[in-house]
Design a protein around this ligand. Sequence first.
Ligand code: ATP
Length: 507
Amino acid sequence: MTHSEESFKKIIAHAKEYGYIFPSSEIYDGLSAVYDYGPYGCELKNNIKDYWWKSMVRMHENIVGIDSAIFMHPTVWKASGHVDAFNDPLIDNKDSKKRYRADVLIEDYIQKIEDKIDKEVQKAAKRFDNFDESMYRQTNARVLGYQQKIDEIQSRFVSCMEKSDWEALKDLIDELGISCPVSGSKNWTEVRQFNLMFATQMGSVADGADTVYLRPETAQGIFVNFLNVQKTSRMKIPFGIAQIGKAFRNEIVARQFIFRMKEFEQMEMQFFVRPGEEIQWFEYWKSERIRWHESLGIEKAFFRFRDHEKMAHYANAATDIEFKFPFGFRELEGIHSRTDFDLKSHQQTSGKKLQYFDPETNESYVPYVVETSIGLDRMFLAIFSYAYTEETLEDNTVRTVLKIPPILAPVKLAILPLVRKDGMPEKAKEILKDLQYSFLCQYDEKDAIGRRYRRQDAIGTPYCVTVDNQTLEDNTVTIRERDSMKQERIAIENIENYLNTLLKIKI
Ligand code: ATP
C-alpha cells in the first residue's frame, strides 16, 4: 500500500469512528457508493452549505436562491440533452470481472505521468545546491519527454471523447498497455455507452405510468424557473440563481469514498448575462470561486485550474477547480460558460418564451449563462482530508487532530469542568446554557482533562474552555486553541465576543 493509500484509509476510518460518515445500510453490508452522514458529519455539511449560501446569496445583491423539486417533467431531460448524451464509456476486465470508466482509466494513466514530472521537479529542488549543467539537461529532457507523451495521449483522448468514438478509445487503452488494477490483466471487453440517469415510474401502472428521472444535476430546476424568479424578484441582468440540492447519478465505478457517489449534493449557481459578455463573466467567476476556497485558509498549492479540452455539448468555455485529494488532483468544482443552450432548448421544446427584455438596450434576448457547480460531498472530503493531521508531540505521543477551519467545525466550543466536584460542573453547565443557542457547544466531564482535549482535537473542535478553581473565584476560564494548543485566560462574559470575532466570515 502506498503512503497516500494508507493515509486515505486512516481518514476514512477516522470519519467513521468519530461519527462523520457511515456506509449506508451497513448492517446489510452497505450499498455501493452510498453513504450516510453521522452527527458531526451532518453539522460539517450544514456549515459548508451555510458558508457557500451566505457568500453567494447574502453577499451578492444580484443573486437569489431557490429550492426546486428533485422530480421534473421528463421532457426537461430530453431538452437538456441528458436522455441522449449523459453517458459514460464503460469497459470490463474479463479476468477480474470489474467494470471501469474507460475515460477514467486514461485520466489515471495521465495522472501517473504527471506524478513522474512532479517527482523530477522535487528531486531537482532537493539537489538545488549542486545541480550542474548536465543534470539540468537530463532532467529537462525527461520532463519534456513526459510532457510530450501527455500531450499526445490527451489529443487522441479528446478526439475520441468528442466523437464518442469508443473503438478508438479501446485502441488507446490497448496501446498504452493499461492493465486492470485488480487482476493486472489487459484482457478488456469493448467500450460501451451507459446512461447515468436513474429512472423510475410516476403514477400507477394501470393508468399508464410515466418514466421520470431522479435529477442528475440541480441546474435544470434553475433554468425552467428562470422567468418565474426574474419576474418575482425583479432581477436585472446580470443576475444569478443559486440552489443547493440532491442529485443522482448511476455511477458504475464507485470508489474513492464520498468523492464519487450515486446520491450526492450540489451547490450550483447559474449567472445570467448579456450575450457576448459571457467570457468576461466566466473569468470573473473563476477568480471569485478560487478566492472563496482560499478564504478558508487552505494552502494555495492544494488547488489548480484545469481548463477543459473536451467541452460539454452546451459550453463555450469550461474549467475545473481541482483539489489535491489524498489520491491526487481531482475535480472539486466546475465553472462553465453554458451559452444560451439550456434556455434556448427549453424555449424550443416547451414552446414558451424564455427571454429577457433588457431596458438598457431595449432588446429581448435569451440570456447566456455562466455556471459555478460544486459538489458538497467533494467539498466535505476536501476539507476533511486536508484537516486530518497526525502530530508527534514533545513527549513523543501522537495527537490526531482535525484542523477544520473554525467557521466550518461542527462543535465550536467544548466546555470542560476541570474536576467533577466543587461546583465546577454546575458553573460549566451555566456557561453551556448561555452559549448553546449561538454555537454548537459540547459539555464533557468524563476522563482526565488531557484525554478530553484529545477527544475534542479528534472531532475538530477549535476551542475548549476549562472551568477550574480560579473560575469560581473570579469568573474567568482558560480557553485553549486547537491547532496551537495555546491557552489564555478570559472572562466568561467575553467568551461569546471572542468566538464571534474568530468565527466571522472573512470573504
Ligand atoms: P466527474 O468528471 O468527476 O464525474 P463531472 O464533470 O461529471 O464530474 P459536473 O457534472 O460538472 O461533474 O458536476 C458538478 C460537480 O458536482 C462536480 O464538480 C463534483 O464536485 C460534483 N459531482 C459530480 N458527480 C458527483 C458524484 N458522483 N459524487 C459526488 N459529487 C459529484
